[in-house]
Design a protein around this ligand. Structure first.
Ligand code: UDP
Length: 485
């Protein structure tokens, strides 16, 4: 049975956290489920709805995906007026307020259940909504958790939380091996997220609730594929005892150019112009630099990146996430003098201010390396595109993803960031130049690139009929269709 029957398909609610890094893969998941004949409803707030409808506008399966809006609690949180996405938070201190506000989505979500006749067969709700398990249970609907992370990071997080290895070392910089985690993975205390080491903040409280709700949920969907991280997929299921389905890379459900260009925010550069520029470049010759949807570096850091790229002598596309509201944006004091004229006139480099069509860029054969903050979506998109990485983690679980890329998959080199900071540690231009060259030139670079290309091929196979992700999604669908869950 693929999706119950044609006239009465299985119906899935998706409830993503309000940040692009969570919305984008959720939209992809909804498309993926729909491509298998299921009906999907994405529940979100009014200001996020247009982002989702734009992302769906070129999708062939759009009629089977609905968007349903619930109000954001602005009355209780007037300081968040006009802000319904982490992306539009004006200061880092408002992040905790945003998380607090998002817990008030529980009541509106339950009203949605109340008004749904018939009820959906399941809800895939983001990890940041731990209460969704109980809300769904009130209506007899199974809840599936979506973390947005890979198996490796899910396992590493559990092992670090459980054993607290950062308490056994004599300094923040002394490496430890993550206890119990296969592969002898090393990291340092200074790379462990603050919200893991300090249990007295909003995020750490929320994450404990997430872990607890994960255990009581129907299971977990993981945006990854078995061949990428078998040992950790097995560990997560067999040792940590979680019920999980790997169904990715979900970004591969996008097949048309427009679909790929329409993910997330409005792109700041026409995709065709960008691709035309890349078409003029040799295979594996261009560096792509992008730090996801939320990382915003200070001006001095941007200047170091510019200098590092210029010194490397490589051609590049560099995405600079500067707000248009930012005065400095117009002054461009973050660029070395004459930088853009030099780079532009020689066709050496392109700066995209704002939002880039990342999926299209990473799939282009001209891209040789991706300098990335190691958000899981970006990492998996690089893997799917067969691109090696320079890893530059900043916050969240990005340091774990870095370890997967550099120590397990061996498809990237660390730029050398030592400290989880939430704001970004300063990296000098010399380190940027060196890492870029090392991942693009010579034998080691060649080996990393070939490993990345092999993984890209395996990712595509996993998503095809007969592949491991295809099969795991089938088994999830079958389970949901069976009356006894
Ligand atoms: N992204 C994009 N264009 C940009 C920046 C980001 O399309 O200019 C997309 C990227 O392809 C990925 C997502 O935004 O799907 C970022 O998610 P990730 O987990 O990498 O990082 P986060 O934004 O959550 O830190």
């Amino acid at each position: 049975m693929s999706s119950q029957n044609h006239h009465n398909p299985l119906h899935i609610f998706f409830f993503p956290f309000l940040a692009h890094g969570h919305l984008i893969p959720t939209i992809d998941m909804a498309k993926l489920f729909t491509s298998r004949g299921l009906k999907s409803t994405i529940i979100t707030t009014p200001l996020n709805a247009p982002i989702i409808s734009k992302s769906l506008s070129n999708s062939p399966k759009t009629p089977l995906i609905q968007i349903l809006t619930i109000p954001f609690p602005h009355t209780d949180f007037p300081s968040l007026q006009g802000c319904e996405n982490i992306d539009s938070i004006s200061s880092p201190t408002s992040i905790n307020t945003f998380f607090e506000a998002s817990t008030l989505l529980q009541h509106p979500l339950e009203q949605v259940f109340q008004q749904s006749h018939p009820l959906p067969h399941c809800i895939v709700a983001d990890m940041f909504f731990p209460w969704a398990t109980d809300s769904a249970a009130k209506f007899g609907v199974p809840r599936i958790v979506f973390h947005g992370n890979c198996f490796f990071t899910l396992c590493a997080t559990v092992c670090v939380r459980l054993h607290k290895p950062y308490e056994t070392v004599s300094s923040d910089s002394e490496p430890f091996v993550i206890p119990d985690l296969p592969g002898n993975i090393t990291m340092t205390s200074s790379q462990v997220p603050n919200f893991v080491k300090n249990s007295d903040n909003v995020v750490s409280g929320l994450l404990s609730a997430c872990k607890e709700s994960e255990i009581r949920s129907y299971g977990v969907v993981v945006n990854s594929f078995y061949e990428l991280e078998m040992e950790y997929a097995d560990y997560y299921r067999n040792v940590l005892g979680r019920k999980a389905w790997h169904i990715g890379p979900v970004s591969l459900c996008n097949t048309k150019t427009e679909e790929k260009a329409n993910r997330g925010k409005e792109i700041s550069m026409d995709e065709h112009e960008c691709l035309k520029w890349l078409d003029t470049k040799k295979p594996n010759s261009v560096v792509y630099v992008c730090f996801g949807s939320t990382t915003n570096f200070a001006d001095f850091q941007l200047k170091e990146i510019a200098m590092g790229l210029e010194a490397s002598g490589k051609e590049f596309i560099w995405v600079v996430k500067k707000s248009e509201k930012d005065e400095i944006f117009t002054e461009e004091s973050w660029l070395p003098e004459g930088f853009e004229e030099r780079m532009g006139s020689e066709g050496k480099g392109m700066i995209i201010r704002g939002w880039a069509p990342q999926l299209l860029i990473l799939e282009h054969e001209a891209i040789g390396v991706f300098v990335s903050h190691c958000g899981w979506n970006s990492t998996l998109e690089a893997i799917s595109g067969g691109v090696a990485m320079v890893t530059w983690p900043v916050s969240a679980e990005q340091f774990y993803n870095e370890k997967l890329v550099t120590q397990v998959l061996k498809i990237g080199l660390p730029i050398g960031v030592k400290k989880w900071s939430g704001v970004g540690e300063s990296v000098k231009w010399e380190a940027i130049e060196k890492s870029v060259k090392k991942t693009m030139e010579g034998e080691e670079a060649e080996e990393m690139r070939s490993r990345a290309k092999v993984l890209s091929q395996k990712a595509r196979e996993a998503m095809q009929n007969g592949g491991s992700s295809y099969a795991d999604l089938s088994s999830l669908i079958q389970g949901l269709a069976s009356p006894i869950r």
